[in-house]
Unconditional design. Structure first.
Length: 134
């Protein structure tokens, strides 16, 4: 049985970046001008691969959690739990992942911090072994 979330923004379509996720996610681009903002919804257990938001200057990402429970982890650091109202500031060039808890769907706004030479590098998946230890 899927948990019902009170979503602030429309869920959107199945995520076109789904090949970089384990599980099902949805993406609704709320803004593609000035500052890029996407509403990302993760089904329970869904998470994205390790990835890096590269930038030569500025850049990075901000996550604004709007519903459900999830996880955020930077490479080499312990994972932290996330809940509605949490904010995560992800510096440019830091390897990380984020996604839903095992028993909860999860929604966040992904804000791309403007910068120069920005690009995303998708890396290896977060293994079931890594994820199941959380």
């Amino acid at each position: 049985m899927k948990e019902q979330l009170t979503e602030i923004f429309p869920r959107g379509e199945e995520n076109p970046f789904g090949k970089y996720f384990i599980g099902k996610s949805y993406l609704n681009m709320l803004s593609t001008e000035q500052v890029v903002i996407g509403n990302v919804t993760f089904e329970p257990k869904c998470r994205n691969n390790w990835h890096i938001h590269h930038a030569e200057k500025g850049g990075g990402q901000i996550l604004l959690v709007t519903a459900g429970n999830g996880w955020y982890q930077e490479w080499g650091k312990p994972a932290r739990t996330l809940k509605a109202g949490d904010v995560v500031n992800i510096p440019a060039n830091v390897k990380h992942w984020h996604g839903a808890a095992k028993d909860s769907a999860f929604c966040h706004l992904a804000v791309e911090v403007p910068g120069e030479g920005c690009r995303t590098e998708w890396c290896e998946p977060v293994s079931d072994e890594q994820y199941n230890k959380l």
